[in-house]
Design a binder for this molecule. Sequence first.
Ligand code: UDP
Length: 377
Amino acid sequence: MTNFDILIIGAGISGAVLAERYASAGKQVLIIEKRDHIAGNCFDYYDENKILTSKYGAHLFHTNDHAVWKYVNQFADWYTWEHKVVAKVDEHLVPIPVNITTVNKLFNAEISSEKEMQQWLSENRISYNPPKNGEEAVLNRVGEVLYDKMFKHYTKKQWDKYPAELHASVLERIPVRDNYDDRYFSDIHQALPKGGYTKMFKNILDHPNITVLLNTDYFEVEDQISGYEKLFYTGPIDRFFRFNKNLTEKLEYRSINFVREEIDQEYFQENSVVNYPGKEVDFTRIVEYKHFGNQKSATTSIVKEFTVDEGEPYYPVPNEKNQTIYAQYKKEADQLLDVHFVGRLANYKYFNMDQAFRNALDLFESLEIKLPKQHQR
Ligand code: UDP
């Protein structure tokens, strides 16, 4: 394994974007991927009911970043999809983010204007300026009752930590609305790729200069690889240094156990995603994939998500302790001039998909802006 210029570990968003950028600039690229498929956690497939299903949880693309939107449109046709989530609270199904309908249903209220909703919020919220952690962030937005009903236990199940033990930014991902808007996101572009993410990744990687080696753990073959100019590593940063420098302190990650059930009826639930923020069940949410893109089938499947400690790392756990450990690894990483750490796991950041695209594109620009842009698509 010697005749290439750029070595990339991981075929998720960051790895695929860097591969495409370097290949388009005339470089020979080798991607090494541990799993038996490309697309990282965006990987999707058609199940036995011919329903497009994501193997690692629902992935909803949303962005305000026009350059990223333009970039992804080169590799897929997208259709508008405004994601909606309901939460099962006290036997009601209520919109999340919290909006007028949420409050009316849960408290038998009759709010009917933004002004009345603002009034309700100002009577209930507890002001923290700025909120120092996730608990204060939610109390600051919606107050104690909704905190207890919708955020406290969901967060404990998701992170094995209460909101007070997490950065405010984690809980601030969910806004509060003073109107009837029941969309999960408010970005300008909200869409899904026709035919799925895996198809899009195939298109991104479809270049004669790109070779993808699946089923290969980089740390088992690194001795056999040489001669490349640059290495891009997209796996967990602590794993890299455990193997290379014997640094031992582990960063925390959360993984998800996906438990699939076949149901002999046309639909199981009214929505693609139903959150279960209460203590009565251990899973956080149930996803019924056929709702995405209004797919049809005679029977259905659902996936319950149980967040767990062990397993494939999906989520970094943003709090002080982990940031301190990460800073030590980052210091090591900065000394390796020809190795670049990119993406959610290597940067230990809770990136959304569009941020992962943006980051990889920015890294390429910052390193290679002078490269001639051949084969531009
Ligand atoms: N969250 C919650 N209740 C919900 C949904 C989310 O408490 O019904 C909290 C939880 O801590 C979660 C965070 O808000 O981790 C961010 O939610 P998001 O939907 O962005 O999480 P993701 O989709 O990335 O798992």
